[in-house]
Write a new protein. Structure first.
Length: 334
C-alpha cells in the first residue's frame, strides 16, 4: 500500500506458492475520504475477483488429471471449465461432469445447482427444441440443491434462473434476492435480479443490479449476457443511446449474440437513427438468416407491452413484421 496526500494505492496479488507464479493482480487507487468505506470496497472487489481466478486455475489443473484420479470436487471444476465455454457440446459435457460429482456425493448441493444451470442454459441459449423438458429438470435440480443446503447461494441462483425462464418472474426475484443476501458479491445473483426486475416492469430498479454485476466481475465469462440484459433494460426505459452502447459492448465480447443485435436494431429504430438501424439489421440477418420475432418466443415477456415495444423499434428500423405482431406506438409502462 502506498499513500500520497489524500489518495491511497493498494496493490493486491494472488500467487501460487507451489510454482511462484502470479495468478492474479490488481491495483486500486482511491480517495481517502473514509478509510472504512475504502477498505470495504476494496475487500469486496478482491473477494469477487479472486474466486474466479482460483476456479479457473483449479479447473485447468483438474482438466489435466486422469479421470480415475478425480473425485467429486475435481468433477465440479471440470464441469465449470466446460460450462464457461458457452457452447452446446461443452454444456452437455459440463452436465455429465456435475452428474458424476453428485454420483460420488449425492449431497453435493453446489453440483446439483450447476446441473440445474446447464439445463437452464439449454433453453436460455436456444440449444434445444425441448425447452419445457430442460426447464422442468432445472427446477427439480435447483430445488434439490436448496433442500440439501439452503445456505448455498448458487442453489438459489439456479432456482431463480429456472423460475425466470419459465416466466415465474416474482419467484425469480425472490430467489435472486435470497442468493444476494447470502453472497452480495455474486455476479449471477445480481444478473438474475436485474433481469427479473426488468421483465416485471421495474426497469429503473433493474439497472443498479446489472451495473453492480459488471462492476464486480467485468471479465466474467457471461458478462456479454449481462450487457445484453442491461441494453434491453435501457431500451425499456427509452434510453436508446445507452441501449445501443451496451449492445455494442456485448457484441464486442460475443459476436453471435443474437438478442443484443435485436435490441440494438430496435433501439436505433426508436431513436430514428435509421441508416445505422438498417446497417445493424443487415448485420443481424448476417448472423441469423431468416430471423423472425418467433426466435424470441422463449423469452419471458410477461408484459406484452415490452415485447411490442421491442418489435416497434425493429419495424421502425426496416424490419418487416407480420400483422399479428404489428408495433404499437409507445413504450411499456413501469
Amino acid at each position: 500500500m502506498r499513500r500520497a496526500a489524500n489518495r491511497v494505492r493498494v496493490t493486491a496479488q494472488l500467487v501460487d506458492t507451489s510454482g511462484a507464479s502470479e495468478l492474479w493482480a490488481e491495483r486500486y487507487d482511491r480517495e481517502m475520504t473514509d478509510v472504512f468505506v475504502v477498505q470495504d470496497e476494496i475487500t469486496a472487489r478482491i473477494a469477487t475477483a479472486v474466486d474466479p481466478a482460483i476456479r479457473q486455475v483449479e479447473g485447468q489443473i483438474a482438466i489435466k488429471k486422469h479421470p480415475s484420479d478425480l473425485r467429486s470436487w475435481d468433477h465440479l471444476l471440470r464441469g465449470l471449465w466446460h460450462v464457461n465455454q458457452f457452447k452446446k457440446s461443452s454444456n452437455a459435457e459440463a452436465r455429465r461432469e456435475f452428474e458424476r460429482a453428485t454420483a460420488l456425493d449425492p449431497k453435493y448441493a453446489l453440483a446439483h445447482a450447476w446441473i440445474a444451470l446447464t439445463h437452464v442454459f439449454e433453453a436460455w441459449f436456444n440449444w434445444t427444441d425441448e425447452h419445457s423438458k430442460h426447464l422442468a429438470a432445472a427446477h427439480l435440480s435447483a430445488m434439490e440443491a436448496v433442500r440439501l443446503d439452503e445456505g448455498e447461494p448458487m442453489a438459489h441462483v439456479a432456482a431463480a434462473f429456472a423460475a425466470f425462464w419459465t416466466a415465474r418472474i416474482d419467484q425469480a426475484r425472490i430467489a435472486g434476492l435470497r442468493a444476494l443476501s447470502l453472497n452480495g458479491n455474486s455476479f449471477m445473483a445480481s444478473l438474475v435480479c436485474g433481469g427479473a426486475l426488468n421483465y416485471s416492469g421495474e426497469c429503473a430498479e433493474a439497472v443498479p443490479h446489472h451495473l453492480k454485476a459488471l462492476d464486480l466481475s467485468p471479465n466474467d465469462p457471461i458478462a456479454w449476457n449481462c450487457l445484453g440484459s442491461l441494453a434491453h433494460t435501457y431500451l425499456n426505459l427509452r434510453q436508446f443511446d445507452d441501449a445501443v452502447r451496451c449492445a455494442d459492448r456485448a457484441l464486442s465480447l460475443r459476436h453471435g449474440y443474437l438478442f443484443a443485435r435485436v435490441v440494438k436494431v430496435s433501439a436505433l429504430g426508436h431513436a430514428r437513427r435509421l441508416q445505422e438501424g438498417r446497417q445493424a439489421l443487415n448485420a443481424l440477418f448476417g448472423v441469423a438468416p431468416g430471423f423472425t420475432v418467433a426466435r424470441m418466443d422463449h423469452y419471458p415477456f410477461v408484459l406484452a407491452a415490452q415485447r411490442q415495444h421491442l418489435i416497434y423499434g425493429l419495424a421502425a428500423a426496416g424490419f418487416s413484421t407480420s400483422p399479428a405482431a404489428a408495433p404499437i406506438a409507445g413504450p411499456p409502462t413501469g
